[in-house]
Design a binder for this molecule. Structure first.
Ligand SMILES: [Mg+2]
Length: 267
């Protein structure tokens, strides 16, 4: 049984989906910058949470700041950062074979893990990999055959690329290695797994029950937040245009994140 609805201003941490919630493809959602600044001025934790499996937290932060959003590097959390943090919790200082873009290596090393390209590894971590080649695939496959734990950053099939056409997602690279070694990944970190939101809450040391997750997608965001033990706020700037589209109703609905600032100004 869900508890009676809490006031929007009562949560300790506000975790934001990115696309359709904080940003359109190449610019911020109007009012998003002011909303983030207002929350931070009230002492709230804010975190932008993305399934991105290519860019380091700093590179993501730079992208958000270029859109005018007041987000520091530590207020950006991705499936890459979550994967690194997840492995570090399981096995600090583990040797991790990195199969992915340069941002993946950055995040692995940032949490004190040892990144390696050779098959002598405790883990193989797989994200989107623009530099994929036959030798790299062979080394990753051998590491898995030797018993390394298989971590998938996410299982996304494809994304819209910079030219507007579709590009392969991290799940494509995961599937190649799953096929090669004849077993599924041991762990998938990114959405729709609850691990991304759990690691995001852990990154700010706040219990999931005291986090509000804000997103535009009824299935991925609202149901995902509830599965992770968080209340949810639906905004209507992306996938959903009405709250009725949610089979799992959110605790809160607003036209956009801009109205979050007004809720605080009125309180
Ligand atoms: Mg979204």
């Amino acid at each position: 049984v869900r508890h009676a609805r809490r006031t929007l201003t009562s949560y300790a941490a506000f975790l934001f989906d990115v696309d359709g919630t904080l940003v359109y493809p190449e610019r911020a959602i109007p009012g998003a910058a002011h909303a983030l600044a207002t929350l931070k001025a009230r002492g709230k934790c804010v975190v932008a949470v993305t399934n991105n499996s290519s860019l380091s937290r700093h590179d993501l932060g730079e992208r958000f700041r270029s859109f005018g959003l007041p987000l520091e590097d530590h207020e950006v959390f991705s499936a890459l950062a979550a994967s690194a943090q997840y492995i570090a919790h399981e096995s600090p200082h583990a040797r991790v074979h990195v199969f992915g873009n340069p941002g993946l290596r950055t995040e692995i090393e940032r949490v004190g893990l040892v990144a390696t390209d050779d098959p002598e590894a405790d883990y193989v971590i797989v994200g989107a990999h623009r530099g994929i080649n036959y030798d790299g695939l062979t080394q990753a496959m051998r590491a898995l055959l030797q018993g390394a734990r298989f971590i998938a950053v996410n299982s996304d099939r494809m994304y819209v690329g910079p030219d507007g056409g579709m590009i392969p997602g991290a799940g494509v690279f995961v599937a190649a290695l799953e096929r090669a070694v004849g077993r599924p990944a041991d762990v998938v970190i990114g959405k729709p797994s609850v691990r991304l939101l759990h690691e995001a809450a852990a990154s700010v040391n706040i219990d999931p029950a005291d986090c509000l997750y804000i997103g535009d997608n009824p299935e991925a965001d609202i149901a995902g937040a509830h599965a992770a033990g968080m209340d949810a706020l639906l905004v209507l700037t992306g996938v959903a245009s009405a709250a009725e589209e949610c089979t799992d109703p959110p605790e809160h609905v607003l036209p956009s994140v801009a109205e979050l600032a007004q809720m605080f100004d009125a309180s």
